[in-house]
Design a protein around this ligand. Structure first.
Ligand code: MG
Length: 267
């Protein structure tokens, strides 16, 4: 998994070297630094150079308080100009926006908050009364995401829950007992955390019974770095339990690495 990410990143850099002279953001040191921090990134969900906390400082310094659009734009600017971040980003974010617009969910579950970027994007499009619950493994990322979300004035629509769906039921219990999750009341899921956890965590969500016919699950990074088990599952279930639209796109904040976002509707 780590090797796949690093090999893909290095392959991208080789392509970039062929195209030298073009302004390619991920030739910047911050992207290469991220590749060096990849093992830590994939175990702790921070690069290890403080960039996630710096992103929050940047948002607080550069976006007016209470302005969700400005907060989202500031995170994108930080990722393009300062340090690369593994947010869903602006290009794939528009795919996520369109899915939220189509579903108009009252209850959204996100797996992997990171700095809160995609939670903000989804919260911005929610109908009145809609809520995003974002499960984040790393308490430090959760604190960073909360700081950005508070600054953006979106804390009334986004709840960050520290934990993981694979922790033996602890987080699932908290979602049910503290956050109102119950059979059939989950309209939308955005999966963007550990790539090997996509399928087992979706199966845990299905087993909990929270989804209903018409619930939509959007999965990031199915093309790069890839979630092969999840992709095979959706392929096998096509026209049966799920109907999937595959969106061909690019990995975040650059145009050379292709990525795939799957938007799957439960039958
Ligand atoms: Mg992602």
């Amino acid at each position: 998994m780590v090797l796949l990410y690093v090999a893909g990143g290095l392959a991208g850099l080789v392509v970039v070297n062929v195209l030298l002279g073009r302004p390619v953001p991920f030739l910047r040191w911050s992207f290469i630094r991220m590749l060096f921090g990849m093992k830590r990134l994939l175990s702790e969900w921070q690069v290890g150079d403080g960039r996630e906390a710096a992103a929050a400082d940047y948002v607080v310094a550069n976006a007016p308080a209470g302005d969700i659009d400005a907060a989202i734009a500031a995170i994108d600017r930080f990722a393009y100009r300062k340090k690369f971040l593994i947010n869903v980003g602006d290009e794939k974010g528009a795919i996520l926006d369109a899915a939220v617009d189509r579903v108009k969910p009252q209850r959204v579950l996100e797996l992997g908050a990171y700095v809160g970027y995609s939670a903000l994007r989804m919260a911005r499009r929610l109908p009145a009364g809609g809520q995003v619950f974002s499960v984040e493994f790393n308490p430090s990322n959760a604190a960073i995401a909360r700081r950005i979300i508070d600054h953006a004035g979106a804390a009334d629509r986004i709840t960050i829950v520290v934990g993981s769906m694979g922790d033996g039921g602890k987080t699932a219990d908290a979602l049910e007992q503290q956050h109102g999750f119950k059979p059939g009341n989950l309209d939308f899921v955005f999966i963007d955390h550990a790539k090997e956890a996509y399928l087992p965590d979706l199966q845990r969500i299905l087993a909990a019974g929270w989804l209903h016919p018409g619930s939509v699950v959007v999965a990031d990074n199915v093309g790069f770095p890839g979630a092969p088990a999840y992709r095979s599952y959706m392929d096998a279930e096509e026209g049966k339990r799920w109907h999937t639209r595959a969106h061909k796109t690019h990995a975040e904040y650059q145009k050379l690495i292709a990525d795939l976002v799957l938007e799957s509707t439960l039958a």
